[in-house]
Design a protein around this ligand. Sequence first.
Ligand code: IPE
Ligand code: IPE
Ligand code: MG
Ligand code: MG
Ligand code: MG
Length: 302
Amino acid sequence: MGPVCTALTESPPPALSRVASQFEEHLEHRLARLALPEALLEAVQYAMLGGGKRLRPVLLMLSCRAVGGADADALGPAAAIELIHAFSLVHDDLPAMDNDRLRRGRPTLHVHAGEAMAILAGDAMMSLAFELVLESPGALGRGDAGHLVRELSQATTAMIAGQVYDTLGGFPPELSDRERLDLIHHSKTGAIIRAACRMGAICGGAAPDQLRILSRYGEAIGLMFQIVDDVLDVTQTTEHLGKSAGKDQSAGKLTFPGLIGVEASRQEVARLRSAAGGALEPLGEAAWPLRELADYMAMRTR
Ligand code: IPE
Ligand code: IPE
Ligand code: MG
Ligand code: MG
Ligand code: MG
């Protein structure tokens, strides 16, 4: 099956892979220093170090760079956002949620370590995130710690609300299916992606207009990202994705391909990709890597 969008390549460009590797190295060392009981540390490491594209930390680091910030100020918050993301996956896969047994090409954490440990490791990942988000000397020095915590906390709450809509419903009254779908996707996935961009900007000491630009970019790629995820669920195989494909329809999920079809979903991806690129224009060359990342996020096949 082809990628969701046309042109370019489906693998991450080398410049982005370098940022991801830099993050990976930081993450591995930082997790090894956590003071946790052995079995809990093993579970957290299993959930955090078993592959994953690292899109949110890379977004955070590139957003920091785009406003002239230093990587040393972004690495801690980047680990924090990946902790929240991986926690959301661990709980998303639980039997009471999506009931998935495969994630990142391996057994899910509850299959590997049991359901109680998966619940507790997810809890710990959430609280650890709020410790690591403070590991940004520049942001702390500028008095921006509270701002970072608020971004992470509001996005995490939005993600959880989105998971409630996705899993249990309970929408505000009188929303059309399309409005419900936008609400689910902006909440369960978009909020964390937008926060990654905003937190990167804050780490880099962004001016208010730079923060607004990166917010707009983050909002567009956040929705785009989940549309691509929905399309891949119906167009790719489990082997290729490393997580179970074809499950959204059988689970009765409200998805873009389910509601508007695969072709119209692809057009929506193209529209959001160009909106994201357009939002970045005022930042000039400094934002080129973010544009490249949006292209890859539209093009990815896993
Ligand atoms: C999967 O996210 C969950 C969604 C929000 C759709 P990713 O596709 O970024 O998962 P990893 O981190 O690469 O495994
Ligand atoms: C998951 O959406 C969103 C979050 C984890 C918050 P999905 O349920 O579609 O993600 P996958 O397809 O299992 O990765
Ligand atoms: Mg889900
Ligand atoms: Mg799922
Ligand atoms: Mg999915």
